[in-house]
Design a protein around this ligand. Structure first.
Ligand SMILES: NC(=O)c1ccc[n+]([C@@H]2O[C@H](COP(=O)([O-])OP(=O)(O)OC[C@H]3O[C@@H](n4cnc5c(N)ncnc54)[C@H](OP(=O)(O)O)[C@@H]3O)[C@@H](O)[C@H]2O)c1
Length: 253
């Protein structure tokens, strides 16, 4: 049983890992002995994240990548394989949110959300999957959301994109099970991050959000780590196509 949840020496890519929940995944996975390949849009923020994770003792590489660019994504995957020899897991975390009324959202804003959240998820899964197919092994963890299942105000584009991520996860698991590639997703609930800092700063909004959560509190990014380690580990060897809601019970309602 001791090694059931071990991810020691596993090579894991985390996208959007210069800050927020992605950086927490990077810290947490590194803390369990994984080797990390980090990428994000902004080189300076990313360098700081890399330095922090490396200072904690992990083997970690990093390079700026826009997840919507096939060339940049493929280049980063090639760099990761050149550095570590293989990729055991991908955490498809990069994501964006715009709050707009449906009647005011522009076509460009709509495309921006779908491009990062859906196209980016596909491009990274495809590039990493091609490597995993060669080895007949791998785990992909996409990041969905309670918005995959629930309607949230002012988030039509975001909810649509995250619903797509959940079904993408199911469908890719169906396609790549034959290669022993497991594809799952984590659907976080309300988790403290820059994405919702403005909402949390408003006491009335904050209290209403917390009141919707049966466990009675906002989530911390650390609350997602146990599920992430599990999905990357041998303990999840027969788990594929699933979206695990880590939301304090929010989607019970
Ligand atoms: N916070 C929550 O309550 C919550 C709940 C459910 C799901 N999620 C999901 O969890 C993930 C992380 O969210 P978060 O709260 O940590 O958000 P965040 O603090 O905004 O972090 C997202 C990161 O992704 C990067 N990114 C955005 N577009 C990118 C692109 N085209 N290429 C590469 N990197 C890009 C961002 O870089 P820039 O700063 O340059 O934009 C940022 O560093 C997202 O998929 C989000 O949808 C969050």
């Amino acid at each position: 049983m001791e090694n059931l949840f071990s991810i020691k020496d596993r090579v894991i890519i985390v996208t959007g890992s210069a800050q927020g929940i992605g950086l927490t995944y990077a810290r947490g996975l590194a803390g369990q002995g994984a080797k990390l390949a980090l990428c994000d849009r902004q080189a300076d923020k990313l360098a700081a994240a890399q330095a922090e994770v490396a200072a904690a003792g992990a083997e970690v590489m990093a390079a700026p990548v826009d997840v919507t660019s096939p060339e940049q994504v493929q280049g980063f995957v090639a760099q990761t394989v050149a550095r570590f020899g293989r990729i055991d897991a991908l955490v498809n975390n990069a994501g964006v949110l715009l709050r707009r009324t449906p009647e005011e959202m522009t076509a460009d804003e709509w495309d921006f959300i779908q491009d990062v959240n859906v196209r980016g998820t596909f491009l990274f899964a495809q590039a990493v999957g091609r490597e995993m197919i060669k080895r007949r092994e791998g785990a992909i963890v996409n990041i969905a959301s309670i918005a995959s299942r629930q309607a949230l105000s002012l988030r039509l584009g975001y909810c649509t994109s995250k619903a797509a991520v959940e079904h993408f996860t199911r469908t890719l698991a169906y396609e790549w099970g034959r290669y022993n590639i497991r594809v799952n997703a984590i659907a976080p609930g309300y988790i403290k991050s820059d994405m919702n800092a403005d909402l949390r700063a408003n006491p009335a909004v904050y209290d209403k959000m917390v009141s919707e959560v049966p466990l009675g509190r906002f989530g911390e990014a650390d609350d997602l780590l146990g599920t992430m380690v599990f999905l990357c580990s041998p303990a999840a060897a027969y788990v594929s196509g699933q979206t695990i809601y880590v939301d304090g019970g929010k989607t019970t309602q």
